[in-house]
Design a protein. Structure first.
Length: 169
């Protein structure tokens, strides 16, 4: 943060009027709100805040080092108030943990009230080492789902019928 690398990169985008899609979990994006506002005036800019849940207890389990739900919602609000096109990446939704109708509705309501212009939703994928790491997480925190995950994740991606139901919500 003391090196201001992101700020230097943003200055290049501003200078050359490049389109920019910036995705972050961090409220530190607000430090560069002045530059982002200028970029937004001169070209295409979307700022996306990653927020897969509004359940702070679950957030602490899956993203222990990331800013709180409250900080991210306030960040969305400040970006919106600055007139920036602001989206939310609700990725990953966790099957049978954070993808039920009530959880998704709470998430949509919270980001909408904060001023998000749109939301992108996707379910957890099991590419790379995610399968083993997440199954360890499930075994520790949700042991009742240990048999459910292998059933809906026969490949690296969630069962199509299951994910279709979630997206329909």
């Amino acid at each position: 943060s003391e090196f201001k690398i992101t700020r230097s990169v943003l200055e290049v985008f501003l200078k050359h009027h490049n389109a920019l899609l910036l995705t972050t979990k961090s409220d530190l994006v607000l430090r560069d709100l002045d530059l982002l506002t200028e970029i937004g005036k001169t070209g295409f800019l979307n700022v996306l805040i990653t927020l897969p849940t509004v359940d702070e207890g679950l957030r602490k389990k899956i993203e222990p080092n990331a800013p709180s739900v409250e900080k991210r919602l306030k960040t969305i609000q400040q970006l919106h108030q600055a007139g920036l096109k602001t989206g939310v990446t609700a990725i990953p939704l966790l099957p049978n943990i954070s993808d039920d109708a009530a959880s998704v509705e709470s998430l949509v309501k919270a980001v909408s009230e904060a001023g998000a212009d749109y939301m992108i939703v996707d379910l957890l994928n099991f590419r790379g080492e995610t399968r083993s790491r997440f199954m360890e997480f499930v075994s520790t925190n949700y042991p009742e789902l240990r048999t459910e995950y292998p059933r809906i994740y026969k490949t690296d991606y969630c069962d199509k019928d299951y994910s279709k139901q979630v997206r329909k919500q």
